[in-house]
Design a protein around this ligand. Structure first.
Ligand code: GLN
Length: 293
């Protein structure tokens, strides 16, 4: 790519997709579209309706930097500063983990559960990160109040942007602190109807095997959870019962090989009735749901 040539959107798209493909970047065409639309301030579909449009030198220079970084496996969502989750556009920075499509299953089950109940529902989202789960629930189930906590202040700033962007400031309260610590039981809420969490759950061995774009760029704090990846589940399950109404539910995302261990921790807690697990679209165990007795 040299700036002396005339570059149309079509030509540039082809060039960038080919470049990323040669660098072994996943979904090179889609990645090229996302980067180009971010630099040009266009929707992805508009790239195709404006195929012959000539890209300015200034835009080319901006794109050059992003494409180079993408070629080194920096995640596209961080480079574009946004991503899609549950059909919503969310702001994203390297301070928080990029929402995964697998996590949409947790959101789906949470919304279904809330719809079986009546009256205002009180929901807690632990380790909220970008706020993706809380925002997706609140946008799709209106009569609820959500408290979302995270230990990382910088991640909560991203969550705050997403809460604001989706007009949810009145319904989602963001609190900084470790798991339940920042929640004041009397002041914030008596007990919750639903507690959801996608905690860090990557084990030491799995962490070493993560793709470069995850391992080198996403926050370790959001991923890694001790030798077996179970540290945060232990700490959540120890306390979660006291924050739930009877008949309320806790829904946890899990790693593909953690079903038995997390189920066992919930059974040992002694306050849960039905404990069910579910696989995601890739046929991996992905969520555990437990109902408080
Ligand atoms: N599923 C994520 C990954 O594959 C890990 C998510 C988590 O630790 N909460 O990287």
């Amino acid at each position: 790519m040299t700036t002396n040539d005339v570059w149309t959107i079509q030509k540039l798209l082809n060039w960038v997709a080919e470049y990323l493909k040669n660098k072994g970047v996943d979904s090179p065409r889609l990645s090229a579209e996302i980067l180009l639309s971010s630099v040009l301030g266009l929707k992805r579909i508009e790239l195709y309706t404006q195929f012959e449009k000539i890209v300015t030198e200034e835009q080319l220079a901006g794109l050059h930097d992003l494409v180079e970084r993408a070629g080194k496996h920096e995640p596209i969502a961080y480079l574009a500063g946004k991503t899609g989750f549950y059909s919503l556009e969310l702001d994203i920075t390297a301070d928080c983990m990029i929402p995964r499509p697998e996590t949409e299953l947790l959101v789906e089950r949470a919304i279904e559960f809330l719809r079986t109940r009546s009256g205002k529902q009180f929901v807690c989202d632990l380790c909220t990160g970008s706020g993706c789960i809380a925002v997706a629930i609140a946008r799709n189930y209106h009569d609820c109040q959500i408290i979302a906590t995270d230990i990382c202040d910088a991640a909560l700033s991203v969550a705050a942007k997403n809460v604001e962007k989706h007009g949810l400031k009145e319904r989602i309260k963001l609190l900084c602190g470790d798991l339940f610590d920042p929640i004041m039981p009397q002041l914030d809420v008596e007990k919750f109807d639903l507690i959801v969490c996608n905690p860090p759950y990557v084990s030491a061995a799995e962490f070493e095997k993560l793709d470069k774009n995850v391992k080198d760029y996403e926050p370790k704090l959001a991923l890694f959870a001790g030798d077996e990846g179970l540290d945060i589940y232990r700490r959540i399950i120890e306390r979660v019962g006291t924050f739930l109404k009877s008949d309320a539910a806790v829904m946890l995302e899990i790693g593909y090989n953690q079903r038995q261990a997390v189920k066992q921790l919930l059974e040992q807690a002694g306050c849960f009735g039905g404990i069910t697990t579910e696989k995601d679209h890739f046929d991996n165990d992905r969520i555990v749901i437990a109902k408080k007795i």
